[in-house]
Structures are given as C-alpha cells and as structure tokens.
Design a protein around this ligand. Structure first.
Ligand code: GLY
Ligand code: MN
Ligand code: MN
Length: 451
C-alpha cells in the first residue's frame, strides 16, 4: 500500500521480532491474570438502529496489535504460551460484498490459519472460555444462551499489562508509523496547494483524501480543516462548501493510517505570507521544534506541558497580545484561554493511544496537574514511547470572555486580540519518538523527503 517495493520484505524480520515481543507480553499478562489462553476477536459490524445500514467497521486494537489486518470482522486470534498462535480467519461466501482476500503477507508464516465461512464456526476452534482471557467488545460473543456462550471477559490485570506495554513501540511499529507520516504528508502538501488555489474547506478535504488515498473510513480521525476564524474551533469538522472571501488562514489537523497505525499532524498557514500572523506561526513553529527536542528519556511529560504554557505566553507577550509576564499569565489562568488543550498524547494503534495516565503495568493513575483538564499524557517519557507535541494559540471568544469575567481583562490587549481573531488560531503538531538519546521527530523528515 503506497510503499516502496522492498518495504514488505524489510518488514519480515521486524515482524518476527515484534511477534516475539507480543508473545512475551502475553505470557506475562496471562500469568498475572491466571489464564492459559489469550483470545482476541477482531470485532463485529455494528448496525444502525431500525435500519439495515452498518457503521464503518473498526477493528479491535488488541487484534491489530498482533496482525496487520484491519478489515477482517468476525475473526479471532488465539495464543497459548509455547504454541504456535492461531488465526481464525473469517472469509464468508458472499456475493453482495467484497470478501477479505485469502491470508497473505509477512505475517502468515507465523500462524496456524483456519478459514471460517460463518461467524459461529469459530466456536469449535476456540479454547475453553473459562481458561481464556478474551479481550474484546461484548458484541463479539458467540453462541446463543442457553447453549454455548463465548463472551469477552476483559480481565483487568491482563488488559492493564498489555496496554501499558503498548507504550513501548517495537521497531516494526515505528517503521509502520513512519510510513503513516509519509502518507499524511502527501495529503498535507496537496491540502496546502488547494488552500493557495482558493478551494473551500470541503475541496481541501477532498484534495487531502485523494493524495493520501484514504477517505473518512480509513483515516485515523476526522480531518480538521478550518479556514479563517474556523481555525479557532479545536475540532472543527463542518467543512464549508464555499471558500470565504478574503482567505486569511488555514489550519489542518489530519493524519493517515498504515496497517492500523496512525499519524496525527497539524500545520497552520497564512494566505499572505508577508503578514504578522505568519510571523506568529513562525514563532510557534520554532517553539514547537524546541518542545519536540525536549522529548527525552526521564522527562516528565507534565513538565513539558506546563513549560509549553510559559513559552507560548512568551510569544503572545512578544506580539503584544498579553500585557503581563508569561509567569503571571500562567498563574492567573489567562494562558489557558489562549492554549486550552493538552500539549499532546501517546499515539500508535490509536490516535489517542492507551496508557497515557498509567502509573504502572498493574494499574493506578497519574493525575493531571491542577488546572490542566485536557492533558492526555502524564507519564515520564521512556525509550520507545511515541507522543505528539502540538502546542497551539487561539483567539476563542468564549474563553476570552471568561478572562474578562474572572477579572483579568487588563492582562490582555484587546485591540491586538481583535487584530488576530480573524485568523482563528495556530496549532503545529508532530509525532516524536523518545529514544535513549536525542528526540526522533517522525514527522519533520517526512515533510523534508516530500520536498
Ligand atoms: N487530531 C486530534 C488531536 O490532535 O489530538
Ligand atoms: Mn494530536
Ligand atoms: Mn491532531
């Protein structure tokens, strides 16, 4: 899928190592939970109420952690320590839909594969439910009561361990995540060109999807594409069909999926690159790169987030938007009106990946610092973790009104707010791998490669 010809071959040894890691993790998780088998359904289709339409299928992340199979509902992974793992592969006889291709790819040699034609045929191939940790959604249950009933039990000790370990990406996963960056960058380049050509938000979205080769069902989250003031809506997904006049600014937060792994990239552009808003984008961009460099082993992500508030308020001070020191803006909560979200989050099989708050692989939660309700990552960074770094500055009337109500009106130069409000806001977002040494920004090289 849109990768160099040698790509799949290069993955063969990486996948073998990845699978060995997955087995080791499963061995420990099963021991902790007191189970003999790990059983993971891929998930089912879901139907709209009073209708025969299905929702887009979303694979169980616990399933795609093992297998690069994201379009295979009603299938199962079975792992028993010491045994070759099994894939129960659902390939129905169906002339209404395209059925999944016969199993192929770099994973097949590692599994015993059993083709089933009806979902219930899995029952005869599954290990005893009572001895199995079965991780999945309730709808994956098989067999009607009072007959045999095989249902996910999602034991906490097993899930806690596996989710915690998923924080540490294997080289195979990093390779797939780099490719997810390259795909998204194709879209970002096409989107910028569409913006400069005067297209609407909808037109830019279509240009993005065409360049990536993915649509809403494939992308890891709904594209955020906002022109002018819409850049101030953090999750703006309305996609106006007509471009505003004049065009002033463009914020795009959009990723891509690659064999189940996500990228999540944000860029902001000024239409006229000679203006002050462009200078503010450049300042946020430089600050963001410095924050990315801070992704180092032993660094507490909470501290990166709080430091980001100070840095961003320094930019607003330089541009005359706030009248008080960055420290005062942070202490009074004024900074949260301009930067009202977290610095970032773990990313991997899910765009907001699991275990961002995990205190240990046996449970527990590291709380957010007071006054930072939207931070999604509170852990100390370790090698193998991948996080986003996504500082932003926005001009959001709802939040700025709160600043006035809270008695801090004099902390802000409102004429400067009026000057920037028509541009909406700025966010710059990359993915960064924590290594044993320097931060490894996964996103920037993909833009550099694209030229
Ligand atoms: N695209 C959603 C986020 O940046 O978290
Ligand atoms: Mn993000
Ligand atoms: Mn994003």
């Amino acid at each position: 899928m849109n990768a160099p010809a040698s790509f799949d071959t290069d993955l063969v040894p990486l996948y073998a190592d990845h699978l060995a890691t997955m087995k080791r993790r499963a061995d420990e998780a099963l021991a902790r939970g007191g189970f003999d088998h790990l059983v993971v359904p891929s998930g089912t289709q879901h139907w709209q109420v009073f209708d025969d339409r299905d929702y887009p299928y979303a694979v169980n992340p616990q399933f795609k952690a093992w297998l690069p199979l994201t379009r295979l509902p009603y299938s199962w992974l079975v792992y028993t320590p010491g045994e070759r793992p099994k894939v129960i592969f659902y390939q129905p006889f169906d002339y209404w839909h395209v059925v999944p291709d016969a199993p192929s790819g770099w994973w097949v040699d590692h599994f015993n594969i059993h083709i089933i034609r009806k979902p219930d045929e899995a029952l005869a191939l599954l290990p005893p439910a009572a001895r199995s940790a079965i991780l999945g959604e309730p709808q994956s249950a098989l067999g009607a009561a009072p007959g045999p009933h095989y249902a996910p039990n999602n034991p906490e000790p097993v899930i806690q361990y596996l989710e915690y370990q998923r924080s540490y990406k294997t080289p195979y996963e990093i390779t797939l995540m780099r490719q997810a960056q390259r795909l998204a960058v194709r879209g970002h380049r096409a989107a910028e060109a569409a913006f400069r050509a005067g297209q609407s938000e909808f037109g830019i979205h279509m240009a993005y999807c065409t360049a990536v080769g993915q649509d809403a069902n494939d992308l890891p989250y709904g594209n955020i594409i906002g022109l002018n003031e819409h850049a101030a809506v953090l999750h703006y997904t309305e996609l106006q069909r007509v471009a505003p006049d004049p065009l002033r600014s463009f914020l795009i937060d959009a990723g891509a999926s690659f064999h189940g792994y996500a990228s999540d990239i944000t860029r902001t552009y000024a239409y006229d690159t000679g203006i002050e808003f462009q200078a503010m984008i450049d300042a946020v961009d430089a600050a963001q790169q410095a924050m990315c460099a801070g992704v180092r082993s032993g660094v507490d992500y909470k501290h990166l987030h709080v430091d980001a508030h100070l840095t961003l308020m320094g930019i607003l001070k330089d541009f005359g938007v706030i009248t008080v020191s960055p420290e005062a803006a942070v202490a009074t909560g004024v900074s949260a009106a301009f930067f009202p979200h977290g610095l970032g989050h773990p990313i991997g099989l899910q765009v907001h990946d699991v275990a961002g708050f995990a205190a240990s692989d046996r449970g527990g939660r590291i709380e957010r610092p007071a006054g930072h309700p939207y931070l999604r990552m509170t852990r100390v960074l370790e090698p193998g973790m991948v996080v986003t770094i996504e500082p932003g500055l926005y001009f959001i009337d709802l939040l700025l009104d709160e600043v006035k109500k809270n008695g801090h009106a004099r902390s802000v130069d409102w004429a400067r707010v009026d000057a920037f409000r028509p541009y909406g806001g700025i966010r710059i977002e990359d993915e960064v791998l924590c290594t044993g040494g320097d931060a490894d920004n996964l996103t920037r090289p993909a833009f550099a490669e694209a030229g």
